[in-house]
Design a protein around this ligand. Structure first.
Ligand SMILES: C[S@@+](CC[C@H](N)C(=O)[O-])C[C@H]1O[C@@H](n2cnc3c(N)ncnc32)[C@H](O)[C@@H]1O
Length: 189
């Protein structure tokens, strides 16, 4: 298993370099249409990288981060409300959020299907989901998948067509953008 609890410092300083500029721009386009009183949940937030990118596009939103690793969450910025929890058992009421973000976290989840049911539960009607992760249909994506498997990680890497199908089965309308061996998804209920 990857010891995320001890990797907060590393992620705080180096995680942003794993995000292509185009993905950060797409995240901004995803955030911009939200009303100023909207609530945004970052799942598998780590040190809150996705919140930081989104905050630069609209600092007025409410930003909430969920991660099981306290050692990651302690590096989030002051404007982020933090909860130590897993994606599979979100500590929030139904219809609590306007948008959910998942940056490089989907493949780390123990049970993506249960997590997606939770995402749908906590999202409001017409809620939106943004995912950034690695495409198992590419050579680099498959190499990372093999490496994480060796490390004992769940390694739920998706090929984009399989991910689209999974999200549609959970009721989302899905748009996928390919970024070489990575992808971003902008989806809405
Ligand atoms: C590669 S890090 C990504 C962190 C952050 N989103 C970023 O882009 O820097 C993956 C994160 O997923 C978290 N994670 C692992 N299992 C999880 C679960 N079941 N539910 C929610 N988060 C989980 C880890 O603790 C870790 O912080």
């Amino acid at each position: 298993m990857i010891p995320f609890n001890y990797l907060g410092f590393v992620f705080k300083h180096f995680s942003s370099s794993l995000y292509p500029k185009k993905v950060v721009e797409e995240l901004c386009m995803f955030i911009k249409p939200l009303c100023d009183d909207a609530s945004v949940l970052d799942i598998g937030a780590g040190t809150g990288m996705m919140c930081e990118f989104a905050y630069r596009c609209n600092p007025k939103l409410r930003y909430v981060a969920v991660d099981p690793a306290k050692g990651m969450l302690k590096y989030t910025e002051d404007y982020v409300e933090v909860h130590t929890a897993t994606a599979e058992a979100l500590p929030f009421d139904d219809d609590s959020f306007d948008a959910v973000l998942m940056g490089e976290s989907l493949h780390h989840l123990a049970d993506p299907d249960t997590a997606m049911k939770e995402v749908v539960r906590v999202l409001k009607k017409n809620g939106k989901l943004f995912i950034y992760d690695f495409d198992k249909g590419t050579f680099l994506g498959k190499s990372l998948w093999a490496m994480e498997k060796l490390l004992g990680e769940p390694a739920h890497f998706y090929e984009v067509d399989a991910l689209k199908k999974m999200l549609e089965e959970h009721g989302f309308h899905v748009h996928v953008s390919q970024h070489k061996w990575r992808y971003s998804v902008s989806a809405s209920l």
